[in-house]
Design a protein around this ligand. Structure first.
Ligand code: MN
Length: 241
């Protein structure tokens, strides 16, 4: 049996004239394909009452917190910054509950972009709500290049899990206007861009969390080191079964 990889859904908040598409739960197709190609079975979880999150645990072995809207800053005790993007509190509530339940159950977690920020916030960290809040000028992290092509490099800590997957220095894509600020106590930064913006975090005490600020699901077909991140999740999901 393939490891089952849950993907908490994004929500299509823009109204269409088809009533059944309003607030439709969806997952990015490239992410689904990356999971299948890497040996997992993807399962999409709609956002529901966070108290129900625990009921999903028997259905999956690993979970990917995917990209999407900004996390509501009230979850890290801040009011909205002028440059905060769209937020959708219902997804945040469900995913924060699912992070905690999944970790309590020893599941393998992966985070992508917003997903890395969400995991950090769920575990007690925070983000800069916009890169203009960062204490010094940054690189361009909202690339205008096509999303399946890399645009900036990351440097990787030698003793980290991700080092074994992507090496000491990797060329990655970048589509974020926020960045990790306070790092959650149970996480450590294991890759940074040359402006010191965190680009990957991992759990300190175990191998349960590996999250990246970039989008490997848009690069996995042509960049082996992007697929390696998914293969690692599948492996961790197998071990934690
Ligand atoms: Mn970046």
């Amino acid at each position: 049996m393939r490891p089952r990889i849950a993907i908490p859904a994004d929500t299509l908040t823009e109204a269409t004239n088809i009533i059944n598409e309003r607030n439709a739960a969806f997952a990015p197709r490239p992410l689904i394909e990356a999971v299948v190609k890497s040996g997992g079975l993807p399962i999409i979880l709609p956002s529901v009452d966070p108290q129900l999150a625990v009921n999903y645990l028997p259905l999956f072995d690993g979970v990917i917190f995917a990209g999407g809207a900004d996390v509501d800053p009230t979850f890290f005790n801040e009011e909205p910054h002028l440059k905060l993007g769209m937020t959708y509190r219902k997804r945040d509530l469900f995913e924060i509950a699912l992070v905690k339940e999944a970790l309590d159950a020893g599941k393998a977690l992966m985070g992508i972009c917003r997903g890395m920020q969400l995991i950090n916030i769920a575990l007690g960290g925070s983000v800069y709500q916009d890169l203009s809040e960062y204490p010094h000028p940054t690189l361009k992290h909202s690339q205008d290049a096509p999303g399946n092509l890399p645009s900036h490099h990351v440097s990787v800590a030698a003793d980290s899990r991700i080092f074994k997957l992507i090496g000491q220095r990797a060329y990655v894509n970048s589509r974020h206007h926020q960045a990790l600020h306070k790092i959650a106590p149970s996480l450590q930064v294991t890759a940074t861009a040359d402006d010191q913006i965190p680009e990957a975090v991992e759990s300190i005490a175990n191998d349960w969390v590996l999250a990246v600020q970039w989008h490997p699901e848009n690069m996995f077909k042509h960049y082996q080191y992007s697929q390696a991140i998914f293969a690692d999740l599948i492996q961790r999901a197998k071990e934690n079964k």
